[in-house]
Design a protein around this ligand. Structure first.
Ligand SMILES: *Cc1c(COP(=O)(O)O)cnc(C)c1O
Length: 369
């Protein structure tokens, strides 16, 4: 690959981030004990309109914590989509529970509610829907199944900050929602995450578990339970506060650029993209397409080489969970929809500082093959 001219998912950092970080440094607080962690939690909860937000060291830890809080462990089954980043599934393994992989919908690319229902057994405890690439999953159907069978919903909203479903922000539908602030997500703290819930008891216990099992404010090294060191630091929270202030700007650019991609690419034979459900508005974290090689006249591999050679940074979709070498000994079913999407799918440049000209440049490479 040549020098990257149009990046896929690089962070958008500027003066405001610099100011917040310097303020944190000057205050002398760099660790989790600093005041900005609580401030970030408060503002994040207010943005989502949710009662409680607990900052965590990353999204993976947030998902692990969510499962722990709900008492999920050995003997339990947790339903996950086949097409997702591996960090949706690994935390289920960490708890000793069994992930149950189900196929996705060919249009939204999100977990298929009909497949969820087929996979429910007497051991099922929870469903983890993922709002893939920021596109809201079918929450009405998923919550309906959860009610019908008495299951928890943990939303993996790590990619979907700012996306809405029927006017309500995703991550606030489940018993617990989890966000990520990894370097490539819509806002970043370098690494970091947030667990959100309406339940004060879950939030309180989350604060104990992230801090080695200690009550907040406890000073005598008394540990109520065996916890984790999953806290975010003050420096990270400083970055998060700056990024959260700029989130509306990032969302507007992501949505504008995704709309421009769709307008430009409609009518190009062999190219299609992820669909939003009616009532859903994605954050378009990564605008992604499917290439039907026969209709388009070029294979996905040739396409990737060609664009990479022009400095356009692109990437295949996540490798489906049931095709992961690390899960080869797990009895996961074949998921044909996820496999088909994986065979055809590509993430296009979506950084929140890309201009309309950048998007048009990418589209021109797609027209003139
Ligand atoms: C990023 C991501 C995670 C994990 O978040 P980290 O902060 O990187 O640990 C989990 N699930 C999905 C779908 C993700 O994209």
């Amino acid at each position: 690959m040549s020098e990257i001219k149009i990046p896929l998912d690089w962070p958008n950092l500027g003066q405001l981030e610099r100011e917040y970080i310097l303020r944190a440094l000057d205050s002398g607080y760099v660790s989790s004990a600093g005041p900005l962690v609580g401030e970030f939690e408060k503002r994040f909860a207010a943005y989502l309109g949710v009662a409680h937000a607990v900052a965590v060291v990353n999204g993976t830890a947030g998902l692990h914590l969510a499962l722990k809080l709900l008492g999920i462990g050995p003997g339990d089954e947790v339903i996950v989509p086949a097409l997702t980043f591996i960090a949706t599934v690994n935390p289920v393994i960490y708890t000793g529970a069994r992930p149950v992989v189900v196929d996705v919908d060919p249009h939204t690319w999100n977990i298929d509610p009909a497949e969820i229902e087929k996979a429910i057994t007497k051991h099922t405890r929870a469903i983890i829907p993922v709002h893939l690439y920021g596109n809201p999953a079918d929450m009405d159907a998923i919550l309906g199944l959860a009610r019908k069978y008495g299951l928890y919903v943990i939303e993996d909203a790590t990619e979907a900050l700012g996306a809405t479903y029927k006017g309500k922000k995703v991550g606030t539908f489940g018993r617990i929602g989890v966000f990520s602030f990894n370097g490539n997500k819509i806002i970043t703290t370098g690494g970091g995450g947030m667990l959100v819930t309406e339940d004060p008891q879950l939030a309180h216990r989350a604060r104990i578990l992230v801090n080695q099992g200690r009550e907040p404010g406890e000073t005598e090294y008394e540990h109520q339970e065996i916890g984790f060191n999953y806290r975010l630091t003050n420096l990270q929270a400083a970055l998060g506060l700056a990024q959260l202030e700029r989130l509306p700007e990032f969302l507007a650019i992501k949505r504008r650029n995704a709309a421009l991609y769709r307008r430009k690419l409609q009518g190009v034979s062999g190219i299609s993209w992820q669909r939003e459900l009616s009532g859903a508005e994605g954050n378009w974290w990564l605008f992604s397409i499917l290439i039907d090689a026969e209709k388009y006249g070029e294979s996905r591999e040739a396409f990737m080489d060609r664009l990479g050679g022009c400095g356009v940074q692109i990437r295949p979709l996540f490798r489906p969970i049931h095709l992961q070498p690390c899960y080869r000994h797990y009895p996961f079913p074949i998921c044909p929809v996820a496999e088909d999407l994986y065979a055809k799918g590509i993430n296009l440049p979506s950084s929140s500082f890309l201009t309309e000209d950048d998007v048009i440049t990418v589209c021109n490479h797609l027209f003139y093959r």
